[in-house]
Design a protein around this ligand. Sequence first.
Ligand code: 5AD
Ligand code: SF4
Length: 467
Amino acid sequence: MKPPRKLHIKSYGCQMNVYDAQRMVDTMADEGFVETTRAEDADLVILNTCHIREKASEKVYSELGRLRVAKDEAAREGRSMSIAVAGCVAQAEGEEIVRRAPVVDVVVGPQSYHHLPQLLQRAAREGRAIETEFPAEDKFGFLPAPKPDAIRARGISAFVTVQEGCDKFCTFCVVPYTRGAEVSRAVGRIVDDATRLADSGVREITLIGQNVNAYHGAGPDGRSWPLGKLLERLAAIPGIARLRYSTSHPRDVEDSLIEAHRDVPALMPFVHLPVQSGSDRILAAMNRKHTCDDYRKIVDRFRAARQDIAFSSDFIVGFPGETEEDFAATLALIRQIGYAAAYSFKYSARPGTPAADLQETASAAEMDERLERLQELIDSQQAAFNEAAIGETIDVLFEREARNPGQIVGRTAYLQPAHVMAPADIIGRVLPVRIESLERYSLLGRLAAPGQARGIEPASSQTATGA
Ligand code: 5AD
Ligand code: SF4
């Protein structure tokens, strides 16, 4: 029997990419590939790129420079190594990639991963294969269905894509250009995916999409379903203990979502709701189409529906025209809302976006300084949030054995890692834990008697995808 070929995939960026990487691994597994952690040993290396911030494409080219050396080395040993570039840089740059980096065999955009085997065959025949089309028939609702075996259990927690693309056109953002117009998958397909995952042991599903709460997939009743209704349906699947979704846009928070937070216990009370800035002037220049006050009111609606709800956000500092006063308004908003976690970025002009034509006003030093002040404030809020868990008894979904022998690690409703000493058979169960201490971002505790969880829990990391 031939030994399996080896695939190395390096993924950058958002949850969507993590999920897509899994899809590519699954697709190539059907072709006899197994994953390896070492690029040098691989027969196929895929760079799954992200275009959203900072010199993303430059990073890809320098990585490709390193891979060229590895490919030459493989050739000297009589092995062949194929190199594919996937993700949003592939989508945005297309042919430019093979022009600048002839070492690349395949360029594949996010809509075409299911064609990877054919693209590799075409590259073997023709030297190159590039596919970065948006499939037209998907415009009204239907991404290609994953193959029946394309979704596999990956432990306790899994991602399911429910929509892709974005129609919001924030002036700083490449997503509407690289991921295309917003499309939602049909409810039935998502329910099938989730059922299959639940049957294979998954207990937590995170619905993902660049603008997930713009979801409007075709329901079994022939109507378009909003996200809240989809979540309610998924909660009825036996075995699904927890549901999450990411990333949301404030403008698309509609009543069904708020009601789901009130009525669906499986829906976790932790919402990633990026605001980007706390200044109305900057929000307008970003084309966010809401004010700071609108955002506060949306947060209040969530809180009225579920009092233990917590929020995380994304922030950009140094957007063109941002003054010290605008920045102070962002800090003020952070103080008012009180976040459990947040991601913050220095503005970086993305070619082709409207903001790239604006004059940048904050110096590099000012941006650094603003980012530092913002992160200090967020860190202090996150630390307070985590400390509030000490002494509480809270529900934890156990995921896997921890590094320390005998310890099992899981997550709270707010994605905080929580460690207990316990037998491994608790993996996959939601159990109350009495939290005793905090070690950096991790909670340490012991299993409490069932029925003791108060459901008031605190926060931590969540990866953003967009919105
Ligand atoms: N510069 C800096 N940050 C950006 N983001 C998106 N585009 C840019 C950019 N041009 C951030 C936003 C978004 C997150 C995923 O990345 O905060 O919510
Ligand atoms: Fe869409 Fe989010 Fe990008 Fe705005 S920041 S264009 S909502 S993906």
